[in-house]
Design a protein around this ligand. Sequence first.
Ligand code: HEC
Ligand code: HEC
Length: 344
Amino acid sequence: MQKQLITAVVLAFATWITPQTAGAQGAGRSGKSVVEAVCASCHATGAKGAPKIGDDKAWASLASRGLTGLTESALKGIRNMPPHGGSPGLTDIEIERAITYMVNQSGGKWSEPISDVTAAAERRGEQIVRTQCAKCHQTGVSGAPRIGDRAAWIPRLKHGLDFVVRSAINGHGPMPPRGGMADLTDSEIRAAVVYMFNPVSTPMKGPSDAPAARPDPNHVVVDGTEIYLGVVAAESLRAQYAKGSKESSMHGGIPGGKGHYHVNISLFDSKTRGVISDAQVEASAADPVMGAVTKKLELVTLNNIKSYGNYFRMPGKDPYTITVKIRRPGTSRPIEARFNFRHD
Ligand code: HEC
Ligand code: HEC
């Protein structure tokens, strides 16, 4: 095989911080775009006694009341502050984001809230599993991977959470499409899969012979963010997805030749289980000889499910270290996770 030079890109954070363009991700508008369109008309100048954006002192004392308290008064209105800032069409989450944005423009360090609607849907995961998926996945009917049996789930998740989710949506063999519940949404299926892999709080009785809390090499929790890594060979994507399909046209198309892999990252808030889709994600794949290649992972929406991905060339036999950096709006520092990747 010809030796191909992979330039070692030692990326400083400077190239990595491209501010997220406002809006268009997640449910509803971003804080920045709401503030610019609505709240700034008073809060930029301090008109009518509005706390001015950038007045750290005024906002610090407001911020000490917490997001819930401030949101309540912004929704209801207070003195010269009209309810919903005068825009009744804004959702609660958009108001929360707008407040967070103003707090952060004024010396605060809040992270922009993700949609509660998503969080509620994700909480349904457990419920769906109990009522439907458990019929087979509780005891392992026809070879169904059992709930909480990480040893059974880990190899399936190796290709990425979202590939498994899509396989559950489509069904295969004894696994019925959507687990036999046609009205489940895609994100509910994802929530159910996440729950089965990783039952939280009140776990259902798992198989007693399953090893307890076996660590998954492709799943970590860092600072309240759950990070799932998946790696799939480009060849197997090419075999699986028709030309012109959404899957095959991700990131400008499946690269030809050998040694290319699709690297996929799925992110959740570990508390709410809400999907995180407002992050900037970057990954680098490093082998000891060639050094590291760093790329931005693009937001991918397939079947209404959002994750981040890009192609990397990893032709070597030695294990690669995949380092993922994730930055959320409103946070001062990216979080980082490191995985090892070895060819089968
Ligand atoms: C028409 C002018 C105006 C607009 C538009 C406006 N505000 Fe205000 N806002 C005010 C004024 C005036 C106050 C101070 C109220 C007081 O304490 O007397 C205020 C106060 C607040 C407070 C502090 C509330 C408290 O409990 O002390 C928050 C939070 C807030 N605004 C959020 C927003 C958000 C979010 C938007 C945009 C969606 C917005 N505002 C749009 C005028 C405005
Ligand atoms: C009628 C039995 C049955 C029900 C109900 C069922 N499953 Fe399955 N499921 C299976 C079987 C059997 C497999 C293993 C199939 C295989 O490996 O080919 C499986 C596999 C899976 C996989 C792994 C797919 C992969 O590519 O590795 C996922 C994810 C999954 N099920 C999700 C669900 C969810 C979510 C529900 C509930 C909404 C559900 N299943 C309900 C029988 C069932």
